[in-house]
Write a protein that binds this ligand. Structure first.
Ligand code: CP
Length: 309
């Protein structure tokens, strides 16, 4: 893969190769190896036009561990505030001989747009675009599921909450179905499901007790208020009562079910603290796995002979 923009169109073999490569990087720290020289001499620029804690930091760490030079641009203090366009910003950074852009943007399609207009030797990685895709998050989530469940075949996965505005859910659904899970359920009020939900390869449900019954993996999502018209914001207390994950509701899932969340979590809105910090939660393991998975994706993109994901 030259660019990594979406999970759509990627086959099971490529997704498995990413997970296997990430596994080799995850094993590095067990052997006290902190850095490998795979991207020595390469320059990676993080361009985050939207805020981030986990994605930006793990991309920076991943690039550092691959021995790349990494620069995270402060968009708030850049010349974009003086009216410089996205493409002019990109072309000016290209003039500094960079090799990769890691892009987060509020507009769906922004990373694709940059990939189409940037110099041919530059790779573009999508770190989240609008409500469209967050493919590296989906891959670190797949890595975490495989770590705990060993294989995807036969798994029942429930994704709960604001599916409508979630780029994470869209990418997870594509990855889970490509990797061969047996069921992906989406549990949400009708107002927080996309109109095209019936074509997404999921089972739409509206009741937590029914939706969580016998599942292996529960993925919780926050209300993406920044993408909602405030007039349609659900009441947080009402949302928690109907769709918040509590210890009582989690009992409907399999006894060894894992609880995931891409973060940031809103305690008491979509998840109770006792579950987020409880024995079935793998939320912080997802964050740790982000480094190895992003190392895998960056090194595979840099050593690619072509092709666009
Ligand atoms: N999961 C995720 O994308 O978190 P950040 O917004 O902190 O990067």
């Amino acid at each position: 893969l030259k660019h990594f923009l979406t999970i759509e169109g990627l086959d099971k073999e490529l997704l498995t190769e990413i997970l296997d490569t990430a596994e080799s990087f995850a094993g590095m720290s067990e052997h006290q190896v902190k850095k490998v020289p795979l991207l020595r001499g390469k320059t990676i620029v993080n361009l985050f036009f939207e805020n981030s804690t986990r994605t930006r930091t793990t991309f920076e760490l991943a690039a550092t561990r691959l021995s790349a030079d990494v620069l995270s641009m402060n968009i708030a203090t850049s010349a974009t505030s003086k009216g410089e366009s996205l493409l002019d910003t990109i072309h000016n950074l290209e003039a500094m001989h960079v090799d990769m852009f890691v892009v987060r943007h509020a507009l769906s399609g922004a990373a694709h747009f940059i990939a189409q207009h940037t110099a041919p030797h530059i790779s573009v990685i999508n770190a989240g675009d609008g409500q469209h895709a967050h493919p590296t998050q989906a891959m670190l989530d797949m890595f975490t599921i495989r770590q705990h469940k060993k294989q995807f075949v036969g798994l029942k996965v429930a994704i709960v909450g604001d599916i409508l505005h979630s780029r994470v859910a869209r990418s997870q659904i594509l990855a889970l179905n490509t990797l061969g899970v047996s069921e992906v359920r989406v549990i949400a009020p009708k107002t927080l499901l996309p109109a095209q939900v019936k074509t997404m390869g999921v089972i739409p449900m509206h009741d937590m007790d029914e939706g969580l019954d016998d599942v292996d993996v529960v993925i919780m999502l926050r209300l993406q208020k920044e993408r909602m018209n405030s007039a349609f914001l659900p009441s947080e207390s009402e949302f928690f009562r109907c769709f918040g994950l509590t210890e009582a509701k989690l009992k409907r899932a399999k006894a060894d079910a894992i609880v995931m969340h891409p973060g940031p979590i809103n305690r008491g809105v979509e998840i109770a603290s006792s579950v987020a910090d409880g024995p079935q939660s793998v939320i912080l393991q997802q964050v740790s796995n982000g480094v190895a998975v992003r190392m895998a994706i960056m090194s595979m993109a840099m050593h690619s002979q072509g092709g666009v994901a």
